[in-house]
Design a protein around this ligand. Sequence first.
Ligand SMILES: [Zn+2]
Length: 453
Amino acid sequence: MKLQEKYEVVIGMEVHAELKTDSKMFCGCKNDPFGAEKPNIYTCPVCLGMPGGLPVANKKAIAWTLKLGLATNCSLNKFSKFDRKHYFYPDLAKSYQISQYDIPFCYEGYIDTPSGKVGLTRIHLEEDTGKLQHKVINNKKVSLIDFNRGGVPLVEVVTEPDITSGKQAKEYGKKLRHILRFLDIANCDMEQGGMRLEANISLRKKGETELPNYKVEIKNINSFRFLEAAINYEVERQAEILEQGEVPVQETRGWNAVKSQTFSQRTKESAEDYRYFPDPDLPPFHFSDEYLKEIKDSVPELPESIAQRWVKEFDLPLAKAIDFSSVDSEKLLHWLESILRELHNKKLDLVLFINDYTNKKIVIPSRAQVKENTNPSEVVKLFEELHSTETIDEDILNKTIKEVLTNNTDAVEKYNSGQTQIIGFLMGQVMRTLGKKVDPQVIRKAIQVALES
Ligand SMILES: [Zn+2]
């Protein structure tokens, strides 16, 4: 029996994403760590953790976190607060991170993936840390620190251990990124670290329902492809250890993209004690019903539900609808919908349009930036022109065909000897001679008649 058939994979994920607010989470510093010209230019006493610096929570970041919660089917806590999570690390000047402990803003949601539903345990808001750079300057090894990123609002989305394969982990990550981008609250630039993936992976024998007594954490993965590869590698590695009657070590591992292997970073026997306690500088939140309703009203209709609507309204196949609605911008999606509506009203072929659009057969002026400003009717017109055919006088058509057949006796002979596919060539010749766009089926029929008479 294959090892993969003997074991079941249990994966939970933690995803961090930086919110794209104008200012940082607890101070007025500019939130633009990747665009900064120099290190440490967007800093102040608060985000540098200096004595006397008092944090003030960013209202927009909180509203966006609640919005994300609603878009991922979470319940919201009407009472919530920020807590201090204590640990020493050079990229965290205060020696604690402001995060959320027992009462996160959002809890118990889910995200649907093609491989099944993934439960969300919680979504909470915290601040990002600074960025360490290890370099060699003048033959000396040095560690440099850039606090432009320190204090940037960071959401953390934690799943239940519902993910059952590397493939599903990738599907989940992509779906979450799509939602974050569609809500227009995060750029999720993975290469820069604007979105970071972690997976907790363990195996249990098929049929077992309890969680395994160990888990291996893979940290700091910055691409979905690496995530899938790292999980697949871990599944094989752990299955081999379990086969030998041993239990994989509970540890944190990294991913070496060059060797396509995970490697041990540090062992973790038990949960760290961060000595969380409520941040005394930040008063807790009591969200009013009015406020929460306001947030609810600000959540746009999501691509998934728009796709379902298209299936009903426009009679589109579900897969096509999902595909075509998977765009990152709400404005673009509404624009696409208005085109589909006009096509539908004119009883034109929507699937053909989607194929043409996807294959870039319909070229929209200034496609890159302002295409949403193009009048939908103009796009429909382009589509109609692409498929328009002219009517042709039958006598002219037959005369042209006769001429083409006379000039291509080789092809006619081939046709008569059974190589009927040569008709394609003859059709091309006829069309070229006509210099008009005539329905190919009309031409084909007329040539067939001429050849067989
Ligand atoms: Zn600051």
